[in-house]
Design a protein around this ligand. Structure first.
Ligand code: GLY
Ligand code: MN
Ligand code: MN
Length: 375
């Protein structure tokens, strides 16, 4: 059964404290902007507690302000009663409203998130120019804060992982010849929804030769004896994600199945053993690649080892060949080595881990030794 987490949503003071920390980072130093505009919804949600899909947060050293459309007027008042909000109507331009507010506060320079699209920046610049406000780029400041999780965030992630583990256990009975990939994926999604969560991303179920597609979508293909089946799915619970992958063999495991599976398992376990604070993401990625090299399989591992997990499934820096960020206690990451042999099939095993003071805690509990299913 899925453990029920009854933790209350964090008080408004938790979001206010996050904003204060961000304000201290944003507005110190001679080159700091006068104001910052946060538009990435995961960041807005992290800093305010708003759960809708569109709002802008404007920060000044001594002020926070929200701008949103009429759709969220009531909701934002309920969820974020402590931040003054300007609601625009259909036909009004949010950029013009923003520029007017900034002008009234005497803002001359505005930091905007570098993750915005060029089209968004161009549209905004038109309004800023009229108000004589110069744009600057903010590079991943909130994203960096989000890497280290607090106790409330961790409780939600643990619950999201428990739901994914339970979904895997639930669906095992379907992993037998004659069952379609599509039906397995639907059952996983339905199970996750029934736990009060959402699928964190489109559930992947790929079987037989199709298991060599790292991000293949489920089809009507029916499982056959001797197939690898890879299931990759996660739950979004109270706004936080899990991301779990298991590969099983249907009916009968050949020598080749076992060889591939054990190589990936070895890469996973050595990577888990290497995680600790101070190590870089690329050092851990290298452990997996070196391990697969020993098996002659490094060329078949063609994606990064893992990513940060949180409000988004891909929540920021992770374990990748060029990643120089050092691991810190409180980060939550996936570790997901895989090998994919075109024409044969593939194996990926993905765990969710919390970086601790001395190493890591594996949050996911699903068995990870080779499972042969069906009867
Ligand atoms: N499900 C996407 C990933 O594992 O990164
Ligand atoms: Mn995954
Ligand atoms: Mn993943």
């Amino acid at each position: 059964m899925v453990p029920q987490h009854q933790d209350q949503a964090p008080g408004l003071n938790v979001y206010a404290a996050r904003r204060v920390r961000l304000q201290q980072m944003l507005f110190e130093g001679a080159r700091a902007p006068d104001a910052a505009l946060i538009t990435q919804i995961a960041n807005v949600s992290y800093l305010t507690g708003f759960t809708g899909s569109s709002a802008w947060l404007v920060l000044l050293p001594d002020r926070a302000h929200l701008i949103t459309s009429g759709i969220y007027a009531t909701q934002i008042g309920m969820e974020v009663p402590d931040i003054p909000t300007t609601v625009y109507s259909p036909g009004e331009e949010s950029g013009a409203i923003l520029a007017g507010l900034l002008q009234s506060w005497g803002v001359r320079t505005l930091g905007i998130e570098s993750s915005n699209s060029l089209q968004f920046v161009k549209g905004l610049r038109k309004h800023l120019r009229k108000a004589r406000i110069a744009p600057m780029l903010l590079k991943g400041v909130v994203e960096k804060m989000r890497l280290v999780k607090d106790a409330y965030e961790l409780a939600q992630i643990r619950a999201a992982v428990a739901i994914a583990d339970a979904a895997f256990e639930h669906v095992q009975r379907m992993l037998q010849p004659g069952v379609a990939e599509w039906d397995i994926a639907m059952e996983i999604d339905f199970y996750i929804r029934r736990q009060g969560a959402y699928p964190a991303f489109e559930t992947l179920v790929v079987s037989g030769e199709r298991s060599a597609l790292p991000h293949g979508k489920p089809t009507e293909r029916k499982l056959e004896r001797g197939d690898f089946v890879t299931l990759d799915f996660g739950a979004r619970y109270q706004g936080y994600c899990s991301d779990l992958t298991r590969t099983v063999v249907v009916g009968y495991a050949s020598q080749e199945h076992r060889r591939l599976y054990h190589a990936v398992l070895d890469a996973l376990e050595r990577s888990l053993g290497a995680i600790r604070p101070g190590k870089t993401g690329r050092a851990i990625d290298k452990v997996a690649r070196r391990t697969l090299e020993k098996y002659g399989l490094a060329d078949y591992f063609r994606h990064s080892l893992g990513h940060s997990l949180g409000i988004n499934v891909h929540d920021g820096v992770g374990l990748a060949p060029r990643e120089k960020t050092k691991l810190q206690p409180g980060m939550v990451l996936t570790v997901e080595p895989g090998v994919y042999l075109p024409g044969f099939g593939g194996v990926r095993i993905e765990e969710d881990v919390l970086v601790t003071e001395t190493g890591c805690e594996v949050l996911s509990r699903s068995p990870r030794t080779l499972m042969v299913t069906g009867y």
